[in-house]
Design a protein around this ligand. Structure first.
Ligand code: FES
Length: 121
């Protein structure tokens, strides 16, 4: 595991998010009212980037493509893809899948995300 610096603690206001790439993984770091959280950036439905996803009620991130909603703190699906009407047909082959989450800490005023480094030969 390695800690990757995201930004200074004061650079990301509550309700904002920041996309980063660390150890080859695309990650979004969220600042919610009770702290910082991180999830994989790509939606598990059809892999749309959620960099422009909407944060709802200090709790959920909504995918901009088919509006799946994920709990930012746990990664769990709270509402699966539901837009436009008819996308449910696609869901037969795209079962609900939670987002991967990452541990985030604040070390000496810097927000850090913990990512497993890829194995080296
Ligand atoms: S790609 Fe995210 S809900 Fe379909």
């Amino acid at each position: 595991m390695a800690l990757h610096t995201v930004c200074g603690e004061g650079e990301l206001a509550v309700g904002e998010k920041k996309a980063i790439k660390a150890a080859g993984e695309h990650i979004i770091v969220f600042h919610l009212e009770d702290g910082f959280y991180a999830t994989q950036a790509r939606c598990t439905h059809l892999f749309k980037s959620m960099t422009n996803g909407k944060i709802i009620d200090d709790r959920l991130v909504q995918c901009p493509l088919h509006r799946a909603q994920f709990n930012i703190r746990t990664g769990e699906v709270e509402r699966w893809a539901n837009f436009p009407p008819g996308v449910q047909l696609l869901n037969v082959v795209r079962a609900e899948k939670a987002l991967k989450t990452y541990a985030v800490s604040v070390v000496e005023g810097e927000v850090k995300v913990e990512v497993l480094e890829p194995a080296t030969a």
